[in-house]
Ligand binder design. Structure first.
Ligand code: NAP
Length: 281
């Protein structure tokens, strides 16, 4: 029988811990403030932004909300980021992606001061992660590490395979597993003999962006499988990159979708806001 890794419960515990920390900080006169910027009215982004604001409220982080119209110019957005970079009462800046096509996403992310980049996307933070210096870490992969640790799953010395090499999930995931002393292999669309590699994994992280891509043939008996994917299947039901029904009977532990990695992303964003770049504040 497999262990179902409960992201809802674990993210709730993390949020409660952060709430307590934030209250202690407030008692010392330190208040955290996250600025959330959304350009346009993409409905999915709207849901994410609302959830982030709700989480801030729960934990006791002040949130500033900038809901800008679709036609906002790049310079206008850059001006706002520069202003927020300067403000001493703002310690986190988040620009909800995707941005409208006329805005250069990379330029915007580069403009955010690294010490306020709570998403962990700025090259300074990415570089810090890769050379083992303190810095903000991308929230989804950081959440996967918390899921493993808080479920009592050892990473050190184990074969870890990451399926996907995106800048926001796959690559930072690999760096974090390496930091935890896992032996890490990264697979992508040009990988040959994919199943031979994924079947070596003690811990398999699927971030491939394809619904139910990973089936029982991809995993060895007793592996731990973490599903980062979020999709809707033909019937409109949420599913992940992993075909849960075919994989679960073979594994020792697995995350469900929904209720696995998903809720961890916001919890880790909140951790970045409360704890700062080095996790010690
Ligand atoms: P992405 O940017 O589309 O990256 C997908 C990766 O999978 C790429 O590296 C790609 O390889 C690789 N890939 C695609 N087809 C493959 C194949 N047939 N065999 C092997 N590798 C293949 O996706 P992402 O942003 O990393 O997101 C991954 C999934 O996580 C998505 O379902 C997304 O919705 C979900 N997600 C969830 C959260 C959350 O909070 N839970 C957050 C972010 C993302 P190449 O590099 O060679 O193209």
């Amino acid at each position: 029988m497999y262990q179902l890794i409960d992201g809802k419960k674990i993210s709730g515990e993390i949020k409660d811990e952060l709430r307590e920390k934030a209250a202690q900080m407030k008692a010392r006169g330190v208040e955290r403030c996250l600025a959330v910027i959304q350009v346009g009215s993409d409905p999915a982004s709207g849901v994410y932004v609302r959830n982030k604001k709700k989480a801030c409220e729960y934990i006791g982080i002040r949130s500033l909300s900038y809901e800008l119209p679709e036609e906002t110019g790049q310079e206008q957005l850059l001006d706002l980021i520069r202003e927020l970079n300067q403000r001493s009462d703002v310690n986190g800046i988040l620009v909800q992606l995707p941005l409208p096509g006329h805005i250069d996403e990379e330029k915007i992310l580069l403009a955010i001061a690294p010490e306020k980049d709570v998403d962990g996307f700025h090259p300074v933070n990415v570089g810090n992660l890769s050379i083992g210096r303190p810095g903000y870490v991308s929230c989804t992969p950081a959440g996967v590490i918390q899921l493993l640790k808080r479920s009592g799953i050892k990473i050190e010395g184990r074969e870890c395979v990451v399926l996907g090499r995106s800048n926001i999930v796959g690559k930072p995931m690999a760096m974090l597993l390496l930091r935890e002393n896992g032996t890490v292999t990264v697979c992508h669309s040009r990988t040959r003999n994919l199943k031979d590699i994924t079947r070596r994994a003690d811990i398999l992280v699927a971030a491939v962006g394809k619904p139910k891509f990973v089936n029982g043939d991809f995993v060895k008996e007793g592996a731990v499988v973490i599903d980062v994917g979020i999709h809707r299947d033909g019937e409109g039901k949420l599913c992940g990159d992993v075909d849960f029904d075919s994989v679960a009977p073979k594994v020792s532990a697995i995350t469900p979708v929904p209720g696995g990695v998903g809720p961890m992303t916001i919890a880790m964003l909140m951790a970045n806001c409360v704890e700062g770049a080095d996790g010690t504040q």
